[in-house]
Design a protein around this ligand. Sequence first.
Ligand code: GLA
Length: 377
Amino acid sequence: MYKSLCEEYNSYFNVGAALCSFFLMNENDINSYIENINSYLLQIKNNNKKIKGAPNIEKLRNDTIEVLNYAKHHFNVIVPENDAKMQYLYLPNGEIDFTWPDKYVEFAKMNNQKLRWHTLVWHNQVPEWIFHNDNNTYCSKIELEKRLRNYISTLGARYKNDIYSIDVVNECISDNFFCVRNGAEKSKWFDIIGKDYIQKAFFWTKEAFPNSNLVINDYSLESNINKRNGMYRLLKELLVAKTPIDTIGLQMHVSINNPLISEIEETIKMFGDLGLKIIISELDVSIYEDNHEEKIFEPEKVITSELLTKQAARYYELFECFKKYAKEGILTDVIFWGITDRFSWRNNFPIKNRKDAPLLFDRKGNPKPAFFKLIKE
Ligand code: GLA
């Protein structure tokens, strides 16, 4: 195997990757996964819908062994891609299902890696019950705060020594108004608790995980100056109120041309000046230049070697920029949102089934030009 990415950047920052639970499944997990899929397919069939048939899990699994090997070899940080989101863990009876987080803890320990938690409070992938009373009306502010605090403290009691960095609040800035998003943009946290759900979440997380880095995480802060300013205003308020927040996560779902490195640098400097650490929390480099604001999306492209060379140059300039701010003591982690192109979420976002190639390893698991550009033998 090639030299590892985390070794290459050892003197600058941690290099991590999001890993989905599929790769950590044992035989029992696979069997129950197949059972679930089969009963789901049966349900659709009974409703007379067209079905494609169950995926061949065994084959898929054989094809994915190398993802696991890369996960162990190249990265010194692992983050569950989906399996630490509240929707999958917090049960309506108030208990927490630790099954998958436990597996990630074990995996990281076995491979001598650090573990990040993604994410505690978010308006997406959150269980609906948490906002409701039994009669389906919205619960009170006091009740919701109690439920959130219980969630955070129960997780802390179990994992406080296992998690070095936590996304406490994810994607809280509005894309339209650049202040804290409310229920019109899906945040029932805001509607029921009010804006200070953010501050409270940080205080409760500090109590529960006293030694972890506490992160606020968001997207498009580099490309959208209004959103960046909105986040800046919020952070200033939080810091004035002595909120225990120490890090901002820039997701960095970018593309080959945009945003410009100068915009990325401005963003890093602006938040760095607040005394916060910066992490790149969800890096990938799409081959498409979509305009999300205007909803103009490119049709599927052929992945040419010219495109891959351009992507390699883009990854190189990004890493040069990250190194610069790591040297200044501002930037501490670079986390990829996935490992191989085949399993990247960007194959389904912003358009379903449009093949993208945003990561360092291709659909067959081979290292791409971008990988070789980042590793200097
Ligand atoms: C956002 C979230 C992640 C993930 C990606 C898509 O960036 O923070 O949890 O859902 O979208 O995979």
